[in-house]
Design a protein around this ligand. Sequence first.
Ligand SMILES: [Cu+2]
Length: 731
Amino acid sequence: MSLRMSLFFQNSASCAVLLLLCFGLRPSLESDIMESHPCYRECSSDPSTRMTCGYNFTLEYFWILSKACYDCPNVTSDCSRYDCIAADGVKRAIAVVNRIMPGPSIRVCKGDSIVVDVQNGLFGEGTAIHWHGIHMKSTPWMDGVPGVTQCPIPAGSTFRYEFDVPVAGTYYWHSHAGFQRGDGVFGSLIVREPKDKKLMIYDHDLPEHEIIIWDWLATLSLSNFLNHHHADGDNKPRGVLINGKGLPPGFFDNFSENETLQSSGKPFVPLHEVRVTQGHSYRLRMISNGVLNCPLEMSIENHTMTVIASDGFNVNPVDVQSLVVYAGERWDIVLKADQPVSSYWIKFRGLMDCDDRFTSAFQVAVLNYKGIPLGTMPKHSIKNWYEASAPSDGLQLNPLNLAPGIDGKYMTAAELSSVEDDDPEIITQELADHQFYISYDFNPIDNIRFHGPHVPLRTVRKGFRLYTPQLNFISHVMPVSPFLTQPESMDDAQICSESSLQVNCTQEYCECTHMLTVDLNSIVELVLVDRGYTFDANHPFHLHGHAFRIVGMERLSKTTEPNYIKELDKLGRIPRRRMNAVIKDTVTVPDGGYTIVRFRADNPGFWFFHCHITYHVEVGMGLIFQVGNVSDMLPAPENFPRCGNYIPPVANPPIRMYEKPQTIVPLKNGTNPHHPRYKVNGQTSRKPSTSSSAGRKPNKSGGDRLVSNGSSIIICLVLFLSDYFTKSICR
Ligand SMILES: [Cu+2]
């Protein structure tokens, strides 16, 4: 293309953007705006071209279909207005950055520096941003984990993140505080490198082909979490979003058999559209911001996908028909536009808590070839979870709860081959320097946070029973002061691990700051065991500060125990992969099986390791790795924000009133007066209600005795007298 031609096209694009702006509309793709950042450019190997790339993030609570959306989705163009977040067209509260969802994309070149000023505009709530997959080797205090690498950024204040990106790959950023990630605080972070035309098996690597997928609730996550953990609310995602767009759950419920998306005339928010030119090939960068237990099975109608990288590390390309993506994973795929010019569905089907036993959550995006008008959709509709399934005859990568070895139909992540150089010691060393068995399940234990002495697990009905996901029967609690930047505040009494605890945590609830310590530069092996007794959940584990090699994966049975695996290992029956083991930073474990990972602990600091399901990590399904001694770690910058408890000594010991502990030990199943036994499904004998249980306390014998106290007597007296006088006066 001549320079004049290219300028013409650039100017045409600018004119189009200008016209849209005149009408208060955003360009059709968010990427059209973000592409204008000077750091999104052709990458060069010349070090002098490195840039420092600046971004401003403003966090705030916001609303789907706010007034900025005018008449969206009835007027489709209104959905593209500035500040309009339309999502799937279902109103709810959200937390977002710069009033877009996903938040701003960061697109830079390998070797650049990134500076992000995060302004916390959330109401009275702290935050921190984690740069998922970036190892922060020279700036460990920028990892963005409150309590581990920094203090929460207080509401109203601004924190500047500054770090380098020495390794190219597909990453993403997200809030690591509370449930903000699930409510919209996340975005892509893509580090490109100079094109090596000999190695490239695709023609284009475009911003519009970054695709973030996640499961979506009907309300703010916190509200849903509280209902699930303190009452009988469920924890099932209602829907799925693709780059923040999608059809609402139940959209097709009243459709007749022949009715389609187009023929119905029913308004909906425009779907995410991937555009390609026939004969060209494209790198799609898939990012999962998975929130709850909802792995997503992805497939593209009539197209084979070639998987070339995961979590930022290249693999020997594999052709697959479908791919299962777990929370926190990234997958890079080459899509060849080798089909007739037309419109095709990109299908996402929810598994586990999103499957047809629960919410049947699914979503679609559109693949449109050039020549097909923008906004066109395939003539047939994908109307339900079953129609969103992947073709059954092709290879599926990263399947749910399956072991390696099912040739031709399934391929686990462990069976991929890395094309990165091997670290000889990680691969060939027979025994790692440190080996940790990390097993987990949902434990039926009286977690004092949700099953305190007044509502022990065994006394409440099924819908109210909450089983606790723990690592080695320990619930991790974040330190109040970050270990990395305030190591002097570390309180040994709060730190524990399986080996240091003196109590039987299988019987008693154990919570502490769960920490494992390893020597700097040692080889660490983690044997992750999903014991698999309670629920068929799936827990994707993410390691900060390092990537690991997957050297083993197996499903032994429906359930398993770490001791059994240890015995098998002694007998030499737990093999480790020696060559080309795939490198990742997020991995899942088959239920009733194990995944073994190895990494070189070469990044001194404190690094979080955790399940990437928000509800699980927030109740303690994580732990901290201390890599090296504190003296090995880089000191945080001067004036780095500090935090912690303020409990100064007082001159005279304060006198406090403590509640008398309740003895409810003799309570039998179903005899808790707050939760009398009753059947669900319309056969209710007596539902617990706030009014009937108010004023009742369990007595020592476990009976259901009405107790009065002084205040209730006074209230009754006031009501009686006011009633008496009202009636007297009115008569
Ligand atoms: Cu989990």
